[in-house]
Every structure is written in C-alpha cells, then in structure tokens.
Design a protein around this ligand. Structure first.
Ligand code: SF4
Ligand code: ZN
Length: 302
C-alpha cells in the first residue's frame, strides 16, 4: 500500500482518520501535531527555558527529541529533569538510557533522587504508609510532582514539560471520576499560562500507540523494564478497557478527549475562585495544605 502523502510504501494505518502513512510522513505528522498543540494552548514563549521531565520511557524521550528538533525555530532551550524513585532493579536501566540520550542530543541533564530530597526511597516510604489501601503510584506520583518542581527551581526553568499523552489524560479523567475527585478535573485544562509554575503536556492530543510507533521508527531507545508497582492500581484496567473500545469504535478516544476539554475548562473557572497558597510550602492548592505536603506529613507521622 502506498503512503497517502508521498510515493513511499505506507508503514502505519491511522484508523481514526483512514490515512495510510510511510514512516517519514508519519513522524512529520507527529512533530506537526505536537507543535500545533503547543501553539494552540500558548505552551511555550520565545526565550523560555523548558524543563522536560524525562523518565526514560518512550513518551518522555520522544518528547525530548521532538522539542529538541523544533527548539531553534521556536526560540526556546531545553534542560532535562529525571527523578530517581529508588526502585531496585527498575530505575538503573532508565537512568543510563536518559544520560546517554541527553549527551547525544546535547541537553543538560540532572537526576533528583527521592532519597536525597525526602530522606527515603520509594520502597522505604511505602513501608510507612498509614493506609495499606493507598496505592504505591499515588504516593509515588505525589513525591514525583514535588521532585520535579524542585528540579525546575534548581535548574531555573520557566516551564515544565511532561510526556503525558491522550490515553494518559483519558485514564486520569476516569480515575478522578471514580474517586470523586472532580476538582482535579479542572486542573486537566491544557492552558496553564496563568499558573505560578506553567506545566505543559505537548502530547496531549496524541494517542499512546502513535508515540510508541514514533519511538520505534525513530530508533529512540527506551526503557524495557516495567515498574514492579505498575499493575497495582486501577489505571492498567482502564487503559485496557479504553483500548478495547477504540478497537471496535475507532476515534472514540478523540471524541472523549474533546468532551474532557470542555468539562475541564468549565471546572477550571470554578476552581480559580478557590485557589489558595499551601501554608507549608507556598505552592498553589485548593485547601490549606497541598496534597504533597499532607502526604509527606502523613508519612513522617508514621
Ligand atoms: Fe511510581 Fe507507580 Fe510509576 Fe512505579 S508505576 S514509577 S510506583 S508512579
Ligand atoms: Zn505544600
């Protein structure tokens, strides 16, 4: 089968749009879509130093590669922030991959271990949870957010970019609905230009399987080892459910995403009136103390 955009042989069938693309036209379409998302939501301003949170997975390394590719034309510079949770046998492979990749594309890179920031690795922290039902990922996620914020201040970046894709957003939306955390849905709005620390997700509008294909065709090395805690939470089940829906109803993820954008922008406006400053750390939150500080306080108590 021929590529719809050139004379090459097609390598990818984009089911939801009916397009067949060769690997170069496919890669160009991903770079183009990423740039379009960034422009649409005013994600990066000329002169910005962008801190990319790079875990060593396919999403963050692909994001780093694409941002590097467009950085000259869009007048911004890059730095890479990696968090080391201290998960035995898991993080070491990723740290090596990220280090080599950053050296190859000439991006400054710094690692922030939980151990030095919080005085304990993730595994040690998990031993001190007050409620056995609290998932490893929810604790890890809170600590990671704080570690990345710390890295952003340390490296003096203007904006933090993460590799979250459209599938991640749908999963997060459903998790927030299931747990009754409707306030957090307001935080999913892609325009963070008015926030104290801008946090952007340039892959917001791209399917996860397209990022995987991009990483493969562009020979981006990424971590093969899975985190041992990955399947503890409900996220994997939701991911599988959404994938099975998409298989029989192509485009359904895109439709759902559009609805989420409308809901989150409405909720964001009502959240805005409730913004306060955390009494512990001074970051933006909706209560008296932010989720990071309350998690840390709970862990310390135990
Ligand atoms: Fe942390 Fe969960 Fe990711 Fe493992 S899967 S690194 S525990 S958030
Ligand atoms: Zn706080």
């Amino acid at each position: 089968m021929k590529c719809d955009r050139c004379e090459n042989v097609a390598a990818y069938s984009r089911k939801y749009s009916g397009e067949n693309l060769c690997s170069s036209c496919f890669s160009r379409s991903i770079v183009h879509k990423t740039t379009k998302t960034m422009t649409k939501y005013n994600m990066i301003k000329p002169g910005d130093v962008v801190g990319v949170a790079v875990s060593g997975g396919k999403d963050s390394l692909s994001l780093l590669q694409i941002l590097k590719e467009i950085s000259l034309d869009h007048h911004f510079t890059l730095k890479a922030i990696t968090v080391d949770e201290g998960i035995p046998g898991y993080r070491d492979e990723a740290l090596k991959i990220v280090e080599e990749f950053c050296r190859k594309i000439d991006v400054e890179h710094k690692v922030y271990p939980y151990n030095s920031l919080f005085g304990a690795t993730l595994e040690q922290t998990l031993e001190h949870r007050s409620n056995e039902k609290t998932s490893s990922c929810s604790i890890c996620g809170v600590l990671r957010r704080r570690a990345i914020d710390f890295g952003a201040i340390d490296l003096k970046v203007d904006v933090i970019a993460t590799g979250h894709n459209l599938d991640d957003m749908l999963q997060t939306f459903i998790i927030n609905i299931i747990s009754g955390d409707t306030k957090k849905i307001g935080w999913m709005d892609p325009d963070t230009s008015e926030n104290k620390i801008r946090k952007i997700k340039p892959f917001y509008e791209i399917y996860e399987n397209e990022i995987i294909f991009y990483a493969f065709t562009n020979e981006i090395p990424f971590q093969s080892e899975e985190c041992p805690h990955m399947n503890e939470g409900i996220r994997t089940e939701i991911r599988n459910f959404l994938n099975s829906l998409e298989k029989t109803h192509s485009g359904i993820k895109n439709n759902m995403f559009k609805s989420i954008l409308k809901i989150s922008s409405t909720l964001k406006d009502s959240n805005n009136s409730e913004w306060k400053t955390c009494s512990e750390c001074g970051s933006e939150c909706t209560g008296d103390i932010c989720s990071v500080c309350s998690t840390l306080a709970n862990l310390r108590l135990n």
